[in-house]
Structures are given as structure tokens and as C-alpha cells.
Write a protein that binds this ligand. Structure first.
Ligand code: NAP
Length: 322
């Protein structure tokens, strides 16, 4: 029966549309061998950062952290918007005490560094980071430091934030990158990480930056595991209803609307990972299972190219000691 469940899981994954839609988790949850939910209170006394907690999947992940008893550190660019999201949750006084909102514009490393140093001063320890904040811009934009926006938001800022918080992270803590299945279609843009060549496509830029999150997994796992025993993971949520999806891919959201996942199902694996120390890091996950990182040999990165790309990341992130 377990083999049947694995075959079904694999078929859903290969079909893409079925696995990524709400059918994926609906079928997988019912199949034998679905990994158990974290027990109630699994995150009690644990501090978890969720970036982009003011919308969509981030809000769902943030709420789930609270529901598991954790201390939520919502890292957002719009604190008033986050206050509205928290107000909508109708929290008990005990739950409300476990929420702290931190302002941070992840498109500006000055803001990221300021937020990191506030977190560093205020927190006794940290047990998880969910790098969820994301964007798919229609036009080419740059961060305050002049990096193409998606690469800055999805790669450089998470590296800078985590790097600053590593001394706070307890052994076994999970650092989770919320990537996208769209990355399967793109290779690492080693020669043009800033997307300066050719006509800009937000969809391609987004997918390249999400590819970068996945390709850097072994590098970041080695680095942060050696420093703090941290496990670095990436997960892709499938296709989930969110304000971001409605705005950036309206035609897709309209056509796929009836079969999109809920934000909660989209965020599920990120929260599940944070509550599961000891899984072994450096892997890509989807619906609570490790997944292959490539579907085509054309997207595989050679070791020298990965090294070159990492050197570029270090330069942008101000890591002199690579
Ligand atoms: N929905 C899907 O089907 C899907 C599929 C694959 C991957 N993903 C990934 O899932 C993550 C969440 O996406 P979503 O669909 O929930 O989108 P969303 O509703 O647009 O949420 C994105 C979040 O990122 C925040 N953000 C954007 N730019 C920021 C910045 N410069 N500084 C700080 N925060 C910033 C947004 O803040 P504001 O609230 O202030 O705008 C928002 O909270 C993203 O990484 C996305 O790539 C989603």
C-alpha cells in the first residue's frame, strides 16, 4: 500500500496540473504514508521569522506558526497592513502576546540590516525562518542597491538576513526558502544574474531567481550547518490562491481559479518543515516530500558555474569571507 501511495504521489507530481493544484494535497493527505501533522504545541517556546507575512501564503504560514504555539516574528514592509491581518485573526490575549511585527523592506539592504540587528538584539533565540516574501514584477526593477528586484528579494536579502541571524539560530533550526515550481523551466543565470541582457520578462526573472534559491541549497546548507547546525530547505507551494497571484498572473489565476489550492495548503510544507528538526537539510520539498530539483538536464548547474554565481551573491550580500 505504501508503494501504491508513492506511485500516486509521483504521478501527481509528474502531471504538474493535478499535483500542483488543490487535488495534490487532497489526494496525498488521504493516501497511506502522508507524514503526520506536527503535534499540538510543536512550536511552543520557539521563535519563527516569517517574511511577507502580510499576505497570501505568508499570512497562512504565520497563522499556522501561532496555532502550533510558536512566537511569530512577522517581517513585513507595511506594518499597518500586517496589523490589519493580525486583527482579522481574532487572537486570544495569550496568542496576541506571541506576535511581534518587524518593519523591513527586503528590496533595500539597509532596511534588511536594520531589521536583522533589531531582531538580534531583541530575541533570546531563533528556531526557524520562512523566507516567503516574493514578487513577480511586470517591468524590470532594481533594489535600492541596484540588483534586479526578484534576485534581490528572493536571494540576496534572505542570505543577508539569515547570515546576520545565524548566531541566534538554535541547532536543528530550519531555514526555509519558499521557491516556485516555475524554477524547473529555468537555468541559473550565471552570466547575467541582474537580467541586463535581452527583453525583460517578469516570469523569467522570477523563475531564474527561484532557480537560484534551489541551486544555492547545498552551498547555504554547508555554510549555515557548519556555523550553527541549521538545516536549509526549499519548498514549492504548488499553485495557491493569493493576492500576489491575482495581481501578477491574473489570467492564470482566472483560468486555474477553481483548482487553486488554499493559501493554507500552499504554506503547509513550509510550516511542517519548521516543526520537523532533524530531517536533513539541503533539499527541495513539495507536499511534505523531497522532490527532484531538475526536470531537464539543460537546467543543471556545473560546479564552476555555481561557484561563480555564489561569488556574485557574496559580493551583492557583502559577504567578504566566502
Ligand atoms: N501563490 C502561488 O501559487 C505561489 C506559487 C509559487 C511560489 N509562490 C511563492 O510564495 C511566496 C508568497 O507568495 P504569495 O502568492 O502569497 O504572494 P503575495 O500575496 O503577493 O505575498 C507576497 C508577500 O511578500 C511581501 N513582499 C513583497 N515585496 C516585499 C519587499 N520588498 N519587502 C518585504 N516584503 C515584501 C508582500 O508584502 P505586501 O503585503 O506589503 O505586498 C507580501 O506579504 C512568494 O515567494 C511566491 O514567489 C507562490
Amino acid at each position: 500500500m505504501a508503494d501504491l501511495a508513492s506511485t500516486l504521489d509521483e504521478l501527481l507530481d509528474r502531471s504538474v496540473a493535478l499535483g500542483y493544484s488543490r487535488i495534490g494535497p487532497a489526494v496525498r493527505r488521504r493516501a497511506r504514508g502522508w507524514p503526520a501533522d506536527p503535534p499540538p504545541g510543536a512550536l511552543r517556546d520557539r521563535h519563527v521569522v516569517v517574511t511577507g507575512a502580510s499576505s497570501g501564503l505568508g499570512a497562512a504560514a504565520a497563522r499556522a506558526v501561532l496555532d502550533l504555539g510558536g512566537h511569530l516574528h512577522a517581517v513585513v514592509r507595511d506594518v499597518d497592513k500586517m496589523a490589519g491581518v493580525v486583527a482579522g485573526w481574532g487572537l486570544s490575549p495569550e496568542e496576541a502576546e506571541r506576535v511581534t511585527v518587524w518593519r523591513c523592506d527586503l528590496a533595500d539592504l539597509d532596511s534588511v540590516n536594520a531589521c536583522a540587528s533589531e531582531l538580534f538584539t531583541a530575541l533570546p533565540a531563533l528556531h526557524g525562518i520562512i523566507h516567503n516574501a516574493g514578487a513577480l514584477p511586470a517591468q524590470r526593477q532594481e533594489t535600492a542597491q541596484g540588483v534586479e528586484l526578484t534576485m534581490g528579494l528572493h536571494v540576496i536579502s534572505p542570505v543577508v538576513l539569515t547570515e546576520a541571524l545565524v548566531p541566534l539560530l538554535a541547532p536543528g533550526s530550519q531555514v526555509v526558502f519558499v521557491t516556485s515550481g516555475g524554477m524547473y523551466a529555468q537555468a541559473l543565470p550565471v552570466d547575467d544574474p541582474d537580467y541586463e541582457v535581452g527583453d525583460y520578462s517578469g516570469v523569467i526573472a522570477y523563475a531564474r531567481s527561484k532557480r537560484a534559491q534551489v541551486e544555492l541549497l547545498p552551498v547555504l546548507q554547508r555554510r549555515w550547518n557548519a556555523a550553527a547546525g541549521v538545516e536549509v530547505q526549499a519548498m514549492h507551494p504548488g499553485w495557491a490562491r493569493s493576492p500576489g497571484l491575482d495581481t501578477s498572473l491574473p489570467w492564470f489565476a482566472r483560468v486555474m481559479g477553481p483548482i487553486l489550492r488554499s493559501p493554507e495548503d500552499g504554506a503547509d510544507t513550509a510550516v511542517w518543515l519548521v516543526a520537523q528538526p532533524g530531517l536533513g537539510g539541503g533539499r527541495l520539498w513539495h507536499d511534505r516530500r523531497p522532490r527532484r530539483t531538475h526536470l531537464a538536464s539543460a537546467t543543471v548547474t556545473s560546479a564552476p558555474d555555481l561557484d561563480r554565481f555564489w561569488a556574485w551573491v557574496c559580493q551583492q550580500a557583502g559577504l567578504g569571507d566566502r
